[in-house]
Unconditional design. Structure first.
Length: 210
């Protein structure tokens, strides 16, 4: 199964992608994680991306598409994949199609802006391995420490309320039109965000028929 997850920043795409990845035994290709690794390592692409991310703007298409194409060519993507955070714009979606990347379904998680602003203020990210937690819905076993590698948990600059509002404005303007793009191709399925991670997974499984 080749999936795209759509939804505003903080809608839970990364969490659900991780669950679906294990369930379907296909990799999640998170452009956010690929870019964060590049930024942390100070690569030319990473440095270029950093100034965009920190101001809540979108990273240029050619940077993202190059990274994604390289990743999808790896052997673990042969049986399918989940794209998380890509495409973000209609031109990116068209570029994916032009480069021969096929998608079975675009799944959109619907959630109100105010819920996202509240949710993201509680998000914590591991400085070392980029694993994410939430102080309410998914707290770490030890406060301030990553369950996976023991690294320090921090609030990412792009999770700060003023940056979240800028990212939501960008999402509604640039990314939300993708729903109509995939609906026109008969590939859109929408689910409403649920009160818990498990309940959201259940409605997604029902929508995908798995």
């Amino acid at each position: 199964m080749k999936l795209i997850l759509l939804g505003a920043p903080g809608a839970g795409k990364g969490t659900q992608a991780e669950i679906l990845s294990k369930m379907l035994n296909i990799p999640t290709i998170s452009t956010g994680n690929i870019l964060r690794a590049a930024m942390k390592n100070g690569t030319p692409v990473g440095l270029r991306a950093k100034e965009y991310v920190e101001s809540g703007r979108l990273v240029p298409d050619e940077v993202i598409i190059g990274i994604v194409n390289e990743r999808l060519a790896e052997p673990d993507c042969a049986n399918g994949y989940i794209l998380d955070g890509m495409p973000r714009t209609i031109p990116q979606a068209e570029a994916l199609e032009e480069s021969g990347i096929e998608i079975d379904c675009a799944l959109s998680i619907e959630i109100e802006d105010q819920v996202i602003i509240e949710r993201m203020s509680g998000r914590r990210t591991c400085k070392d391995c980029s694993q994410t937690f939430h102080v309410v819905s998914n707290p770490p076993k030890t406060e301030g420490k990553c369950d996976f590698c023991g690294g320090e948990l921090t609030i990412r600059k792009d999770d700060a309320p003023e940056t979240v509002k800028a990212r939501l404005e960008t999402y509604h303007r640039e990314t939300e039109p993708l729903k109509a793009f995939y609906e026109a191709r008969g590939k859109l399925k929408s689910v409403d965000n649920q009160p818990s991670i498990e309940a959201t997974t259940d409605v997604i499984k029902a929508a995908l028929g798995i």
